[in-house]
Write a protein that binds this ligand. Structure first.
Ligand SMILES: NC(=O)c1ccc[n+]([C@@H]2O[C@H](COP(=O)([O-])OP(=O)(O)OC[C@H]3O[C@@H](n4cnc5c(N)ncnc54)[C@H](O)[C@@H]3O)[C@@H](O)[C@H]2O)c1
Length: 260
């Protein structure tokens, strides 16, 4: 008998929060999940761009709303989750994608810089997961959380990522800790570790003052950098029943950078 993949990957009637969905990977993730029928809440500090993405999804027959949220601020994260639950009636999926990819060498890392990276990349996902887990448990939703970590969580991709790599390694730990506590509720929690992926943020992170020899060293064995869609299709797998027996994992999507 043929397998009904549309059903396995289908998200009709489901609600997803995608943080950092105004551009880059988050935008692609929002489009992929909306394409499978989910209603998307796009949360971003770049509210105008988030609204444009939401409007583009709606123009193509999808359902999406933009939310003006700074994920590094706990009160705004709490309000986001409560607001989506109130307006959409449920939350099935959280994609913790918003991240800050700035870089500094060890001696240039001030406590302010460190806190900004940690609050955006690690505390934001932790607070959002906490709030979403409360809603999923109360509603008995067999939800899914997908955290966007980084291959720099697993190996030291380049100098000057002292705070960033640490925050992303934290996201991998957060994924396993959340997965263990929520598995009994039927909630699954996984992470993607993207490698070098061409997005507006990546272009900023590897900007003009980035050492050229390191840019060359970032080229994956597969011979090209990743696209936002490469990451979004992996998120789709982890956000649907296609991955029903997978939890606590960090899936590396990096064109073979780490292993080849
Ligand atoms: N591009 C890469 O090569 C790469 C590699 C590994 C991991 N990542 C991670 O993937 C994720 C997406 O990266 P991208 O390359 O698409 O980045 P990007 O900068 O193009 O997009 C990130 C989005 O997150 C939003 N954002 C940042 N801080 C926020 C905050 N405090 N609150 C709400 N929104 C916020 C930004 O406004 C932006 O729209 C990030 O977590 C990043 O660290 C990227």
């Amino acid at each position: 008998m043929l397998i009904d993949l549309a059903k396995l990957y289908g998200l009709s009637g489901q609600v997803a929060i995608v943080t950092g969905g105004a551009q880059g990977m988050g935008e692609a993730i929002a489009r992929f999940l909306a394409g499978m029928g989910a209603t998307i809440a796009i949360a971003d500090v770049k509210f105008e761009k988030a609204e444009q993405v939401a409007a583009a999804i709606r123009a193509e027959g999808g359902k999406a709303t933009a939310y003006d949220v700074d994920m590094s601020k706990e009160d705004q994260v709490v309000a986001l989750v409560a607001g989506v639950r109130a307006s959409e009636g449920r939350i099935d999926i959280l994609v913790n994608n918003a991240g800050w990819q700035d870089r500094r060498y060890i001696e240039d890392t001030t406590s302010e810089f460190w806190d900004h990276i940690m609050n955006t990349n690690l505390r934001g996902p932790a607070m959002a997961s906490r709030e979403v887990v409360k809603v999923m448990r109360a509603d008995r939703t067999k939800g899914r959380i997908v955290n966007i970590s980084s291959n720099s969580a697993l190996h030291a991709t380049a100098p000057s990522l002292y705070a960033y790599s640490t925050s992303k390694a934290g996201v991998a730990g957060l994924t396993r800790a959340t997965a263990l506590e929520t598995a009994k509720d039927g909630i699954r929690v996984n992470a993607i570790c993207p490698g070098n992926t061409t997005t507006p943020g990546q272009m900023t992170a590897t900007g003009p003052d980035f050492p050229p020899e390191q840019i060359a060293a970032f080229m994956p064995p597969i011979g090209r950098t990743g696209t936002p869609e490469d990451i979004a299709s992996a998120v789709l797998y982890l956000a649907t029943d296609a991955s029903a027996f997978v939890t606590g994992q960090t899936l590396v999507v990096d064109g073979g950078m780490l292993t080849c």
